[in-house]
Design a protein around this ligand. Sequence first.
Ligand SMILES: Nc1ncnc2c1ncn2[C@@H]1O[C@H](COP(=O)(O)OP(=O)(O)OP(=O)(O)O)[C@@H](O)[C@H]1O
Ligand code: SF4
Ligand SMILES: [Mg+2]
Length: 389
Amino acid sequence: MTLLSIDDYRLAFDGFEGTAHVLDGITLDVARGETLGIVGETGCGKSVLARSLLRLNPAPPARVVSGAIRFEGEDILAMPEAALRRLRGRRIAMVFQDPAAFLNPLLNIGTQMADVLQGQDSAGGARRRPAREVRARAAALLASVGLPEPERLLDARPHQLSGGMRQRVLIAMALAGEPSLLVADEPTTALDVTVQAQILALIAVLVAERGLTLMLISHDLGVIAASCARVAVMYAGTVVEDAPTATLLGTPRHPYTKGLLAALPDLDNPAHRPRGIPGSIPSLRQPPPGCRFHPRCPIATARCSVEKPLLREVGDAAPSEAALCDEINPMPRDLGRLASRDGKTAALHVGEEETASPRDLDSAALGGLETALPPQAPPPSHRVACHYA
Ligand SMILES: Nc1ncnc2c1ncn2[C@@H]1O[C@H](COP(=O)(O)OP(=O)(O)OP(=O)(O)O)[C@@H](O)[C@H]1O
Ligand code: SF4
Ligand SMILES: [Mg+2]
């Protein structure tokens, strides 16, 4: 059943130097219980898309040009403020990249969590809970994200916590409203690799235990492959490919996806030299006409610079033109291992990083991962926006 439906959504930012056409016709459905990764280069619009789900892009300068975003059938773009307040945190929650930027350094964790809990209660029209009850709920939330001694942590200030612990606090805050959809925008980018593995394991366990739908945003395909059953690849404000993770990694169709994979190192094959994608990301104020990727595409034709490719279904029976794209860039082999979305593979990946400091390590969560990951029926569709893929 579709939880979130984004339909031909276009968003622009108006500025003195012109209009930046940042999102250009995003069409994406997310089913309840799905784990969707969004991957793409810096500036391609991942965060703007995530913020759009909660209408958090400041308007102006943001301007919705067209389209609709529906959550459980309700159009978010048309929601009145009171409904938006109930949506934020209670139905869709977000975890951002930099925990330090979202925690007030002057207030202890307990006060900040109480603010969140009371804000959720008031948005939902619930009675104001006594302070003792709020504190107990905050401690329970901290415990649920694997933080030790939650009572003591409530009295700590953010600077007394490690980066991983701060990120866990933000995840606990995101869970406070018991949302259906968790949007995590680069939740591990600011963390070192061992803590990153723990946070990903924690998110996997929470998704499984709570039946959450997950939208995980990252520029790191490895992070997405370890955590998500499906991936949408974005380029310059458009979704260029959308497929089950194993399909995307095993048989990528879009030239940009192939370029992304070729840019990754192959640990099993030291002779493999990662290749960058030539050229640079285009200006969104004057995006290239036709296919936005055409100035960098190795197989572009004259058609590509005038005609925008539509995102269309491609099945197993590939059109013959697909061979044009398959000429380039074989996939680095080690990613195939991460791609198979069964519990064991994800646990193996996380297990490789298990040398973390015990303070941050949520061994219960890591141990439970193997059994906790739900078997996910991969969505049947594989969509590509390319005339020749
Ligand atoms: N408030 C704003 N005003 C004007 N332009 C903005 C605003 N927010 C984002 N943009 C522009 O929108 C584009 C997409 O930004 P966004 O932050 O979504 O990229 P991203 O894909 O999340 O990149 P990263 O991987 O670096 O986080 C960028 O060109 C950015 O400059
Ligand atoms: S439509 Fe396909 S072949 Fe043409 S430029 Fe875009 S990605 Fe390349
Ligand atoms: Mg971003």
